[in-house]
Design a protein around this ligand. Structure first.
Ligand code: SAH
Length: 223
């Protein structure tokens, strides 16, 4: 299903994701419809596949963005604090900002300065994106995402857009109670999405979901 959702327009792509069962919430549908993926993916923006964005990084496939939003949705309220680790193109950061309007704050972290610059540039292509940057509802920061970004936390929701070598405790520590972490984790050369909930009483519950293929969360390349 995932690879059959391509279209010739942004609205068409999002509609197909919905009709193929990859988006079920109207909120996610609206939030993805109002961000033109062409501002973030330099080629074939309306295909349901990852695309290269330079710096050996890719913008993830739309069905993965949809799945992350659907999973984090219960924690994305109108004043949520959200951390998007491995923000790359900035596309998902923008969608997450839409899902936390009007007062939520979304911090995108990437360890490559060129990608932090690219995300800012991409978001500046639309008047809505420009406003998000000016109001600081979205901030892109260069940092090692494996450590999270404690200065901006604690967070209602943390998304990780690259495969982690473990369920980094630093990220769980930076969740609110309640809060949710969506993270691909690689074990024995296989990657799976894990959804890790910190409950109201502070206890932590981890669920292994489905198999995925992400670029790894790594050391920054030497500059
Ligand atoms: N969500 C992004 C995914 C980009 S690909 C999008 O859809 O556009 C994964 C990103 O993780 C890359 O941009 C890469 O630079 C970043 N990354 C890898 N290791 C990292 C680390 N340790 N800290 C922060 N970002 C990292």
């Amino acid at each position: 299903m995932a690879w059959m959702s391509g279209s010739t327009s942004n609205a068409g792509l999002v509609k197909k994701l919905a009709s193929n069962g990859l988006i079920s919430s109207d909120r996610v549908l609206q939030a993805m419809t109002s961000v033109d993926r062409a501002h973030y993916a330099p080629s074939s923006p309306y295909q349901d596949s990852p695309q290269p964005i330079g710096f050996k990084a890719t913008i993830s496939a739309p069905h993965m963005h949809a799945s992350a939003c659907e999973s984090l949705l219960p924690f994305l309220n109108s004043e949520a604090r959200v951390l998007d680790i491995g923000s790359g193109s900035g596309y998902l950061t923008h969608v997450l900002a839409n899902l936390t309007a009007p007062d939520g704050v979304v911090i995108g972290v990437d360890h490559i300065q060129g990608l932090v610059d690219l995300a800012n540039k991409n978001m500046g292509k639309s008047p809505e994106g420009k406003k998000l940057l000016e109001s600081k509802r979205v901030q892109f920061i260069k940092a090692d995402g494996r450590l999270g970004y404690p200065e901006g936390g604690p967070y209602d929701a943390i998304h990780v857009g690259a495969a982690a070598a473990s369920k980094h405790q630093a990220l769980i520590d930076q969740l609110k109670s309640p809060g949710r972490l969506f993270v691909p984790v690689e074990e024995n050369y296989l990657q799976h999405i894990w959804v890790i909930d910190k409950k109201e009483d502070g206890s932590v519950e981890s669920k292994k979901m489905y198999g995925v293929q992400y670029v790894p969360l790594t050391d920054a390349p030497s500059e």
